[in-house]
Design a protein around this ligand. Structure first.
Ligand code: MLT
Length: 411
């Protein structure tokens, strides 16, 4: 009989969001009259920007005509999109990132997992706690960890707690780690990073020959001009960081699928014989072997994000979700709950009321007021006693959910 990758057996029962969906579906089936409002998974609800739709309609028309039809595209993404990304998201902010250092893909989630393909098995890997669970689970799948303990921590990973005490920003490790995952604005806590803070990480990474995996999927929610959107705004980051970006949370592409990863050509890691190898070459090799690129139609849609109309429409979309976040944050705070995040982020992180565990609060919220959120403990042991509420929903639903929560859990 064929054998399996035993590492999968080490994984905790189910991925967080399917487990939430399972509980919600069971409740909905038993209570068909309940008007459930979902503020759990960070999935957008508002339609795509008009500029993106128009660009994709035009691209479909091109595909229907033999003279403009496109077959396979470049695995790395079309140059016209990569160059726009480089100019607008990086060079415009003073970062020396070139279009050839950008790899267009179908998702930041896939890329943060797939990137492990090009790294060795013996790296010391650090994650924050709480953390976006994909970083941990993909390391488990790749055999980079031992077993999970009762607290939900995998043997072999270095967990850096992010708590109220450190303002939800991980302290720089006192010992050397090889790979570090950072996410700002943070999922799940909504915390943001200053330039000084990111500089401390870049200095650490350079001093220790470490590589930072910087997940900036929520950068478009930053409104303070002093806050960095990219780690490459920090000098030296091109030598120690890979950045992941997405069109999901800015242009609403969660169902359309387009993202990109930046692997600078200056970034190197060591082979087992001690030679230094360019990671850009390895990622290019990996992508051109295992990936056939994002569809032409979707890349045209993503390109439209950078048009004048696209930029204005994306801003309006994000303003809308940020206003939702503000409503949730302010109303829950006024009700006496301890609330964090939700300023430059679509996520509100709150302390569970009445000392409830994260999952107990999840169940109580679902059963008593029919609102769905995400239990903090699903993001790691240090998330126990916390709860994430997402601002992705209609205004009406956000106002109704906030009203229900505050009426029931007013302190
Ligand atoms: C979340 O809710 O944390 C996000 O939807 C995760 C993701 O974007 O994959």
């Amino acid at each position: 009989m064929a054998t399996i990758n035993d590492n999968y057996l080490k994984l905790k029962a189910g991925y967080l969001f399917p487990e939430i969906a399972r509980r919600v579906n069971a409740f909905a089936e038993a209570n068909p009259q309940a008007e459930i409002i979902k503020l759990g998974i960070g999935d957008v609800t508002e339609p795509l920007p008009e500029a993106c739709c128009q660009a994709m309609i035009k691209a479909v028309e091109e595909m229907s005509d033999r003279s403009t039809f496109k077959g396979y595209g470049p695995e790395q993404g079309y140059a016209w999109l990569r160059e726009k990304i480089a100019a607008s998201d990086f060079q415009g902010r003073g970062c020396e990132i070139d279009g050839s250092e950008i790899f267009v893909s179908d998702g930041a989630k896939c890329d943060t997992g797939n990137i492990l393909d090009i790294f060795g098995k013996n790296n010391t890997i650090a994650v924050t706690d709480p953390v976006y669970p994909v970083y941990v689970d993909t390391n488990v799948m790749a055999g980079h960890t031992g077993e999970v303990n009762n607290g939900g921590e995998y043997e072999g990973l270095v967990y850096i707690p992010i708590t109220e005490e450190n303002n939800f920003t991980a302290e720089i490790p006192s010992k050397k780690v090889d790979l570090i995952y950072l996410c700002f604005p943070n999922n799940p806590t909504g915390a943001v990073a200053s330039k000084e803070y990111l500089k401390a990480w870049v200095d650490y990474a350079k001093a220790n020959d470490s590589i930072i995996f910087f997940d900036a999927a929520y950068e478009a929610y930053i409104r303070d001009p002093e806050l960095p959107h990219s780690i490459y705004e920090i000098e030296g980051a091109k030598d120690c960081a890979i950045e992941f970006r997405s069109f999901s949370k800015n242009a609403g592409f969660t169902g359309t699928r387009c993202a990109y990863t930046v692997v600078p050509k200056t970034l190197k890691a060591t082979a087992s014989d001690g030679t230094e190898v360019e990671l850009h070459k390895l990622w290019n090799r990996r992508q051109s072997t295992k990936f056939n690129g994002v569809s032409y139609i979707v890349q045209r849609g993503a390109e439209a994000v950078y048009s004048e109309a696209g930029q204005a429409q994306v801003k309006k979309l994000i303003d809308f979700y940020l206003e939702n976040a503000k409503i949730i944050r302010e109303k829950l705070t006024a009700a006496g709950l301890s609330v964090y995040g939700g300023v430059h982020s679509p996520y509100i992180w709150l302390k569970t009321p009445q000392g409830l565990s994260s999952w107990d609060f999840f169940d109580k919220l679902l059963q008593t007021v029919n609102v769905v959120g995400t239990p903090g403990s699903g993001f790691g042991a240090a998330g126990e006693g916390y709860f994430r509420i997402s601002a992705f929903n209609s205004r009406e639903n956000v106002e109704e959910a906030t009203k229900r929560i505050t009426e029931k859990f007013k302190v």
